[in-house]
Design a protein around this ligand. Sequence first.
Ligand code: PEP
Length: 251
Amino acid sequence: MRKYIVAGNWKMNTTVPEGVELAKAVAAKAGEVPANVELVVAPPFTHLVSVAEALKGSKVALSAQNCADHEKGAYTGEIAANMLVSAGCSYTILGHSERRQYYGETDEKLVEKVKLALANGLKVILCVGENLDEREAGKHFDVVAGQTKAVLYNFTAEDMKNIVIAYEPVWAIGTGKTASAEQAEEIHACIRKVLADKFGAQVAEDTTILYGGSCKPSNAKELFAQPDIDGGLIGGAALKADDFIAIALSF
Ligand code: PEP
């Protein structure tokens, strides 16, 4: 059965006390959200232990925003998958366009990261999405299908039970420009077809595919009403508990 998820990517925002306050505010309202919608928050690494404590007893799951492509050792500044688990994470976001764009995250590195995340019991939110030039050149289907295959075709149908995909058109992230419900739906359907070709129709049907890119309370309902959109990965609007919860109430 496909799961609905609303996940908040806090990016490099909030101090630890601010993050704890935000997590507490989300947790306090999480009970209003229907049981079939999972809530996830992804604060910066420095906040994870404190936010895990703040979320205790709530239905809100904890995610990291990234993890290392090595298991352990001499990788200064990196955070390993098993460390995330020990800090209380059940998810990690991987392959966000900001990591791909600013930190040289390649599909090859992502394969290693996904492997380590899954091996350590984390669920993965894998981000894919085309940039503006690629969309204007009409390459968006090929780019997104290519990113999806380059990473996920290295995994099994069993692995797919712990992998969520987030379609995030780069031109819509933090820009206030949302993909229309039709633009998002046709890419989500394309991703599901890419999954069906490799893993079969049932895996494709069961995989959660989130939309991300300027999703907010005013547009979430129309996006989530699409048959292949199973929730959202939310950036800016996840920094306000009321907006985040309002989005989760939009199914
Ligand atoms: C994101 O970066 O994952 C995102 C979707 O950001 P925003 O909602 O701010 O566009």
